[in-house]
Design a protein around this ligand. Structure first.
Ligand code: NDP
Ligand code: MG
Length: 383
């Protein structure tokens, strides 16, 4: 039995991960972390009886301690530092969202623990640092993201030199067939056609920034020339990605759009779990593919621009600006269409080389987020 820690246990990936853990006797859940969702966290503590819990604030920690007297409860930045470097853990799932996952990824890799990574932002911001750390420690960063799990499964045991292209599929999001991106409401943007996910990634899917981030994620996970990563729109989200080899063969992974499949694979590979997620291709009937529209979604070009330049901070900027923009859009203070302009502006303003140290990277992220907030206030709220 392995001791497993799930960071971000109350989120969409976190809850699916706990569902998978509950179906096997391979893991003992020793620690969880969450921010504020005490209701779900309490249910998880009752069901899994972890030894450690980390939450967002002291006030929430006190509430948890009142109910669960024997539990070690930590909170805030220090808490996440402790919980992401527990001595007796064997494997970590990083299902935190956005920049909150950065330092935990660093700690996990530093303590040379196995890591199943959902937090793609870690690789978008500092992919070169993390992949180098993993290589030096002799550990693998196992992807949870469905596309990257698919690619992983397609290239597993094969010769990397034979890869011609990685075909990264995208549903296209809710605005695939909408030409005019003006006057999009929060409700429109949160209506993902195929996947049910947390708010940030759902908006990222609507702007296609998610696919941009995934292109960067793929580059680092598979150590591949970025020019070989090709985005393909596939609206049914059944083919989760594919790999084209030099003889023209294309190998793909197909399944239902249910995150429990890639999560389970990340935790049990090369074995597979029995899951009730089967699909009938005969019932689906047909699968469609089309080219992405780089003009309509400038987020894609921005991601390729980040990949074009070595050791730059463009991933950091895109992630930082994107976090602020999504928060502001969800509060209905900016239009959906503004997200594209401000992302571009942020890259123009802050492009530089990437700091070498992860704590300096975090500091730069905080600085850029504050600057973007000021810029938005000035431009859109007359502040
Ligand atoms: P959610 O928003 O659903 O969950 C995020 C988790 O992180 C929650 O447990 C949340 O706690 C916690 N959290 C949020 N902010 C903070 C913070 N500042 N400090 C500490 N903890 C925090 O996100 P998802 O599960 O959708 O996504 C998680 C990651 O997985 C993202 O990087 C996403 O891109 C990636 N991913 C998600 C997929 C999906 O299907 N959802 C698919 C592929 C990748 P609380 O609940 O208390 O707020
Ligand atoms: Mg994905």
């Amino acid at each position: 039995m392995e001791n497993i820690v799930v960071l971000g246990s109350t989120g969409s990936i976190g809850q699916n991960t706990l569902d998978i853990i509950s179906r096997t006797d391979k893991f003992k859940l020793t620690a969880i972390s969450f921010n504020t969702n005490i209701k779900v966290a309490k249910k998880q503590i009752e069901a899994f009886k972890p030894q450690y819990v980390c939450c967002g604030t002291k006030q929430i920690a006190d509430q948890i301690k009142e109910t669960f007297k024997d539990l070690t409860v930590v909170y805030g930045k220090d808490g996440i530092m402790q919980i992401s470097s527990l001595g007796d853990s064997d494997i970590y799932v990083n299902a935190l969202v956005g920049t909150s996952g950065l330092i935990p990824t660093y700690n996990i890799l530093k303590s040379k623990k196995k890591i199943a990574l959902a937090n793609k932002e870690s690789l978008v911001i500092a992919g070169n640092i993390f992949t180098k750390m993993a290589k030096e420690a002799g550990i693998e960063i196992t992807p949870i993201d469905s596309e990257h799990s698919a690619i992983y499964q397609c290239i597993e045991g094969r010769n990397k030199e034979d890869i011609e292209n990685i075909i990264l599929t995208a549903s296209g999001g809710p605005f695939l067939n909408r030409q005019d991106l003006n006057n999009i409401t929060v409700e429109d943007a949160l209506k993902h056609p195929t996947w049910s996910m947390g708010n940030k990634i759902t908006i990222d899917s609507a702007t296609m920034m998610n696919k941009g981030f995934e292109t960067i994620e793929a580059k680092w996970l598979f150590d591949i020339d970025y020019r070989k990563i090709k985005i393909l729109i596939h609206k049914e989200s059944i083919m989760h990605s594919a790999v084209e080899f030099k003889d023209g063969s294309i190998i793909a992974q197909l399944s239902a759009h249910d995150m429990r499949i890639p999560i389970a694979y990340a935790l049990t590979k090369p074995k597979r779990m029995e899951l009730e997620c089967k699909i009938s291709l005969a019932d689906i009937g047909s699968l469609n593919f089309q080219k992405p529209d780089f003009d309509k979604f400038p987020t894609l070009s921005l991601a390729y621009y980040a990949l074009e330049k070595e050791d730059n901070n463009i991933g950091l900027i895109l992630n930082a600006a994107d976090e602020v923009l999504i928060e502001t859009f969800l509060k209905r203070k900016i239009q959906f269409i503004h997200i594209f302009d401000i992302l571009k502006k942020a890259v123009d303003l802050f492009e530089d080389s990437l700091p070498k140290d992860i704590f300096a990277i975090e500091k730069e992220t905080i600085y850029i987020k504050a600057e973007i907030k000021k810029m938005i206030e000035k431009e859109f709220t007359g502040g």
